[in-house]
Design a binder for this molecule. Structure first.
Ligand code: NAI
Length: 725
């Protein structure tokens, strides 16, 4: 077999929803990707649709041009070039079989080979092919959309070479940025067999107990430790047609499962399918957007749309602030709709997991992982069984997890292998908890400073506390990061709003000066910033002050200050000037980004916009940020700050031209243009670093005194959206 470390060329066959998505994901990661469909023309058409997918498949649209498109017959030779051939054509066994017969003769003998089928037995697809084919054939079940869902089920057959399973699994984790679960070759594998059952059971239970869509989504979202999409929003996202296809196939193929009838269509699903209201793809399903921001909901008793109502479940509300395990336990005891739903919905799903475990998985840990990584559940079903206790669920006594071991199918406890690459911040020893951040020990002499403010907001108090700590503290190497859902949403806008209202101009200037000084302190430290979620404004200024930024790829990165009539003045402009000054064209574009408040939707785009340096690191694996940041922190050292370069030729003229062009297109208001002019002035007039940071502050203060800025700030604070004035 080819060495997984050297896999470069990948051929994906089938350019539909999944094939295009997989091709895009692999291309995003830097592989050389060929995407084939039945004909070249069909590949072009299908991929054309994928290019405008929402959410987008690509980090930057240009990457789509790197994928080579073709037809299976016209370009058969390309299949022979691939290190890995991934089949993703229609879900019909006969067609897949015919395709494999067609490509078998051209495959390289050492190429990896996989199918993305969501339900056809892998062993039946391999039947009839050569031994060499069967030894390296596996299922690689990606989830939709591939860029965003990290779970991958790897399904070997009894004939797959164990060395192929091990090598391919490592490759998918290391280089395809997936969490891999090796599943058994049973109908629907783990995710569809169990996950789909849970989805159907939630609908049946809601209908039976006459609860509303909103109530069930409230109970099965955050409250149960699950994503906001909860139950009915998730049905709309997956698509009721896809759910029906999977259910029909499972009912047919699992005749001995006494619980399989749960996959029979609930009434509401049947009615929605009949009307073609199959979910997001059709613009409506259980939810439908009304006029403006209003949402309509499909009523489970009248089977018609009505206004969405606020959920009134006081028992649940009362428990919301408790930690998840307590929420679940106390929720089950509630004598109201929440308790009733949990007893009828949650307990049976746990019992079903127990029933299925040996049939579909090699370990209950794998089922928990599938639900955590694929469905975003905080606790897997077996963790919940241990929490609730087996007797209440009607299961035999005994725990699944004991300290760091898991009960195997034969009843023996086996240790759970912990992988340092997946170290999680919350598991690292807490050294101290301060007002605004936690200090943790990441091991090997590296600490983390994790902001604990809401959304990682940087307030004057945060700046003071961090500065004191860094000036007086004893830590050497550290990672600056956040402990919430985002690194940082920026500097506290309320501080500026209040200071402006009270005309405390010197306070504003002093705080900006302190923020700049903190940046300089970070610049001189053995520091790495680990950013995720959002890294905006003042938060980003601190992050890029560190000698190295390690960013999760799916992070929104940028300087939105102009949206509230301000400019980055905590060294943001200065650092952007220094990062991008090798090229006047680039610098003029950056001036416009800063002057218009551009935020990149991911780290690759942020780099292309000039917000990150070429030496900064992008982490594609969603669960490896802390590990990668720690690795970078072990080696990081402060860089010498470059001088402000002078020979930038016609920079002012270039910025003027870009501003004119944007104005002509109606993209800028007169005030946006004024802010752009200030950017131009700082970029082109500052001759030294000190001048540059001083000008940032002066211009910032001047903008604070302007009515249009005040109106923008107030609008943002009141409505959470920018005002264009
Ligand atoms: P799709 O219907 O969107 O795309 C299938 C593509 O295959 C079409 O572009 C079609 O022209 C092409 N095709 C058909 N026969 C071909 C042949 N002989 N040679 C080359 N191309 C051919 O289907 P989708 O949804 O992308 O599914 C593809 C596979 O992925 C299926 O096996 C499906 O079960 C599986 N899957 C689908 C998921 C989903 O959410 N849609 C999720 C996970 C797996």
């Amino acid at each position: 077999m080819s060495d997984p470390a050297s896999i470069k060329k990948i051929c994906v066959i089938g350019a539909g929803t999944m094939g295009s998505g997989i091709a895009a994901h692999l291309s995003n990661l830097g592989f050389e990707v060929t995407l084939l469909d039945a004909t070249h023309q069909m590949a072009v058409q299908a991929f054309g649709r994928a290019k405008s997918a929402k959410p987008p498949h690509f980090y930057v649209p240009d990457r789509a041009n790197e994928i080579r498109l073709g037809g299976v017959n016209e370009n058969a030779a390309w299949i022979g070039e691939a290190d890995w051939v991934c089949e993703a054509i229609v879900e019909r066994a006969a067609e897949k079989h015919a395709l494999f017969s067609r490509i078998q003769p051209v495959l390289r003998p050492d190429a990896f080979l996989s199918t993305n089928t969501s339900g056809i037995p892998i062993s039946s697809l391999a039947r009839g092919f050569s031994e060499s084919f069967r030894k390296r054939f596996v299922g690689t079940h990606f989830f939709n959309p591939p860029r965003y869902l990290k779970l991958l089920e790897l399904i070997p057959t009894s004939e797959t070479d164990p060395s192929v399973i091990a090598a391919f699994s490592a490759f998918l984790e290391e280089r395809v940025a997936r969490r891999v679960v090796v599943a058994k070759d049973t109908p629907g594998f783990i995710a569809n067999r169990y996950g789909m059952w849970c989805m159907f059971h939630a609908i049946h239970t809601a209908e039976k107990l006459r609860l509303t869509v909103e109530q069930v989504d409230a109970i099965t979202g955050f409250f149960l430790g699950r994503p906001k999409s909860a139950s009915f929003r998730l049905n709309d996202i997956v698509g009721l047609d896809v759910m029906q296809d999977i259910a029909v196939s499972l009912i047919e193929r699992c005749p001995n499962d006494p619980h399989i009838q749960t996959l029979k269509l609930p009434r509401s699903v049947a009615i929605l399918l009949e009307k073609g209201w199959i979910g997001e793809k059709a613009g409506q399903g259980y939810y439908r957007r009304g006029s403006g921001k209003e949402f309509l909901v499909f009523d489970l008793s009248t089977f018609a749309y009505r206004q969405k109502t606020d959920v009134d479940l006081p028992g649940m509300k009362h428990l919301e602030k408790l930690p998840l395990p307590e929420r679940i336990l106390k929720g089950l005891d509630l004598k109201d709709e929440t308790g009733e739903f949990l007893r009828h919905y949650l307990l049976p799903t746990l019992k079903y997991a127990d029933y299925l475990k040996a049939e579909i998985s090699h370990s209950v840990l794998d089922i928990d992982h599938v639900m955590q990584w694929g469905f975003g559940w905080q606790m897997g079903p077996f963790e919940m069984i241990d929490l609730i206790g087996p007797s209440r669920i009607g299961l035999p006594a005994g725990r699944y997890y004991e300290s760091s071991s898991v009960r195997a199918m034969d009843g023996a406890y086996t240790p759970i292998r912990s992988d340092p690459k997946y170290i999680r911040m919350k598991e690292c020893p807490l050294v101290s908890s301060r007002r605004n951040f936690n200090l943790r020990d990441l091991g090997d002499g590296v600490h983390s400073i994790g902001l604990t403010t809401k959304m990682g907001i940087v307030s004057p108090d945060v700046v003071e506390e961090l500065s004191d700590f860094l000036e007086n503290g004893s830590i050497d190497r550290f990672v600056l990061t956040g402990e919430g859902r985002s690194f940082s949403a920026g500097f506290d806008l309320r501080f500026f709003s209040q200071a402006i209202a009270q005309e405390r101009w010197t306070d504003i200037d002093r705080e900006l000066g302190r923020l700049q000084k903190l940046g300089e302190l970070l610049e001189r430290s053995n520091a790495v910033s680990a950013i995720f979620g959002h890294a905006l404004g003042g938060g980003l200024e601190l992050a890029i002050s560190c000698p190295k930024v390690v960013s999760l790829v799916e992070t929104q990165i940028g300087f939105p200050e102009a949206k509230v009539g301000l400019i980055p003045a905590g060294r943001g402009i200065t650092l952007m000037r220094l990062y991008n000054q090798q090229n006047a064209k680039r610098l003029s574009e950056v001036a416009i980004h800063l002057g218009t408040g551009v935020v990149a939707s991911n780290a690759v785009e942020a780099r292309s916009l000039g917000f990150l340096r070429s030496t900064d690191v992008t982490v594609f694996h969603p669960d490896r940020l802390i590990y990668e940041a720690k690795m970078a922190a072990l080696e990081v050292k402060p860089e010498v700050r470059p001088e402000v370069s002078q020979a930038l030729g016609p920079l002012s003229g270039m910025i003027d031209r870009l501003l004119e062009m944007a104005s002509a297109k109606g993209e800028l208001s007169a005030y946006d243009e004024q802010i752009g002019q200030r950017m131009k002035m700082i970029f082109s007039k500052a001759r030294t670093y000190d001048e540059c940071i001083a000008k940032e502050r002066t211009e910032f203060l001047d903008l604070c005194g302007r009515a249009l800025t005040v109106a923008r700030i107030n609008h943002m604070l009141e409505h959470g959206t920018p005002l264009r004035n």
